[in-house]
Design a protein around this ligand. Structure first.
Ligand SMILES: [Ca+2]
Ligand SMILES: [Ca+2]
Ligand SMILES: [Ca+2]
Length: 367
């Protein structure tokens, strides 16, 4: 015989060929939604007909919406946005509504409702402009229970900007460089990279400074490139002269000045200086034991009002990378005339010879 199981008069299961006299037949009958059902079991033999009323089938939970794509806080640069979703429920999901909001003012841009699971994706047409959106997925199950979830999405058409702030002048000379910069970005910086003479040097993401040491002396091009989350980029560059060479400086002429004697209390020094890579920035001078005086790019300096005595004089050359070198000379000021007198012959002496022997005495105050 055939045994039919009916849910509200609709046959939902059938056991064909059931043996007559069998009393332990069973079938699973799904309940599509919560409520009261009339369950009937009928047989072709017409032997029995049983009617059950199944009351209060309860919907245990809200539907569970899942946004399959994209992920929360995704960035993209496109004039359209396709979303994919799924949903589950203890009964079944009836429909899903997708909504796209502008976060800036909370207004709704677009809303569409689809039967589930007939349609599980939707493409929003969005403007070609930077905008932060909230995408919301709202799910309704067959019993009218609701649930929703949402994510934030960034449509980014605006490149970041970067500006090196290390110096107002874009050409400096250094032994090593502390490079600083400012960035501006409408949403989020992804990464920042440094290139030296066009070659990748290092990634400095999350920083606004970096120490850079280029081993080779000379001028190097330092470029900082920053990228946002959709790879839009901006770059800024500086030309930096790396200089670790000491300047050369010497008092001229050295042979004259070093350990020289002067019979004047004002002494003038001159010197020459050169520097490779960055050049001479300035000179400083001092009498030994006193403080330095910056004389700019002068190469001449006069020391006034010296008493008799021995002195040292220093000239320091400083290059633009602040390398420095010092030259030193010693000298003596001697203001005392030497004493000398003729001891023989005497004043007015008459000589009876065609040869005269003259002798004298002298004394020197040795300084
Ligand atoms: Ca449910
Ligand atoms: Ca951007
Ligand atoms: Ca140098």
């Amino acid at each position: 015989m055939n045994v039919g199981f009916f849910r509200n008069d609709t046959e939902v299961a059938n056991l064909s060929g059931a043996r007559e006299g069998c009393f332990n037949l069973s079938a699973n009958i799904s309940l599509p939604k919560a409520g009261t059902y009339n369950i009937t079991v009928n047989t072709t033999s017409g032997i029995f007909l049983e009617i059950y009323f199944l009351d209060n089938a309860v919907d245990e939970r809200n539907p569970l919406p899942v946004i399959e794509f994209p992920t929360n806080n995704s960035f993209w640069k496109n004039a359209s946005l396709t979303v994919h979703w799924s949903a589950t429920d203890d009964y079944s999901v009836d429909n899903c509504t997708v909504k796209l909001f502008y976060v800036e003012n909370g207004s709704l841009r677009e809303e569409v409702t689809y039967d589930y699971p007939d349609t599980t994706n939707h493409t929003f047409d969005v403007a070609e402009s930077s905008q932060k959106y909230r995408f919301q997925l709202e799910t309704v199950d067959v019993n009218g229970r609701e649930n929703s979830t949402g994510i934030y999405l960034y449509n980014d058409w605006t490149p970041p900007s970067i500006s090196i702030t290390t110096t107002n002048e874009k050409n400096v000379s250094v032994q090593w460089l502390n490079l600083t910069w400012n960035t501006d970005e409408n949403f989020e910086i992804n990464r920042t990279e440094i290139f030296v003479n066009g070659s990748f040097e290092k990634e400095v993401s999350g920083q606004s400074w970096a120490n850079i040491s280029v081993e080779t002396n000379g001028t190097a091009n330092i470029t900082v490139v920053t990228y946002d989350m959709v790879n839009l980029r901006d770059a800024d560059a500086v030309n930096i002269t790396f200089d670790r060479s000491l300047p050369y400086v010497d008092v001229t002429p050295d042979t004259y000045f070093n350990n020289a004697y002067f019979n004047t209390s004002d002494v003038t020094f001159t010197w020459v200086g050169t520097d490779t890579f960055s050049g001479i920035a300035h000179y400083e001078v001092r009498m030994e034991g006193s403080t330095w005086t910056n004389v700019g790019d002068d190469t001449r300096y006069t020391v006034h009002n010296l008493d008799e005595g021995s002195y040292g004089f220093d000239v320091k050359a400083v290059d633009w990378a602040k390398n420095e070198n010092i030259t030193h000379v010693d000298f003596t000021v001697d203001l005392t005339d030497p004493f000398v007198s003729i001891s023989s012959p005497s004043q007015g002496e008459k000589i009876n010879s065609s040869d005269v022997e003259v002798s004298w005495a002298h004394a020197i105050t040795q300084l």
